[in-house]
Design a protein around this ligand. Structure first.
Ligand code: RB5
Length: 156
């Protein structure tokens, strides 16, 4: 069965999203296009939330977000437990985001990458595995332990 992969953008990422959506479909993915569906001005959190929720709940393995800088989308997605959203501006960054950080959401800064570079970044991110090993412990330390948070201010 084809892997289901959600993709979403705001207006700044819309045109590039269309390119990436087509590329993913060509590669055989079952693409879930969350929007936006045009160039009218939108608010990026409205699109990041539903995608990050799917990843956080384990309904999909990974997803792709786009906005102008990649920042608003990554801030929003990274508020969800288990979501590791990485802004990647080059194929090498995308590769390291997978190898070292096990990034499960790729975020593209649509106003700062060419279509060609974005396709190369997407391809590298999709085709690179997490290295594990020493990175496993580091990635596991990302999630905040709520019990520790609650007692953090208790020390004299
Ligand atoms: C929209 O103008 C822009 O602010 C948005 O796409 C994104 O870059 C925010 O982080």
């Amino acid at each position: 069965m084809a892997e289901r992969i959600p993709i979403a953008s705001d207006h700044a990422g819309y045109e590039l999203k269309e390119r990436l959506r087509a590329a993913l479909a060509e590669q055989g993915f079952d693409v879930d296009d969350i929007g936006t569906h045009g160039t009218a001005s939108t608010d990026y959190p409205d699109y990041a939330h539903p995608l990050a929720q799917q990843v956080s709940e384990g309904r999909v393995k990974r997803g792709v977000l786009l906005c102008g800088t990649g920042l608003g989308m990554s801030y929003t997605a990274n508020r969800y437990p288990g979501v590791r959203a990485a802004v990647a501006w080059s194929p090498d960054v995308a590769e390291l985001a997978r190898k070292h950080n096990d990034a499960n959401v790729l975020v593209l800064p649509a106003r700062f990458v060419s279509d060609e570079d974005a396709l190369a970044i997407l391809h590298r991110w999709l085709s690179t595995d997490f290295e594990g090993g020493r990175h496993e412990k580091r990635v596991s330390k990302i999630e905040r332990d709520e019990a520790d948070d609650a007692s953090a201010g208790d020390e004299a």
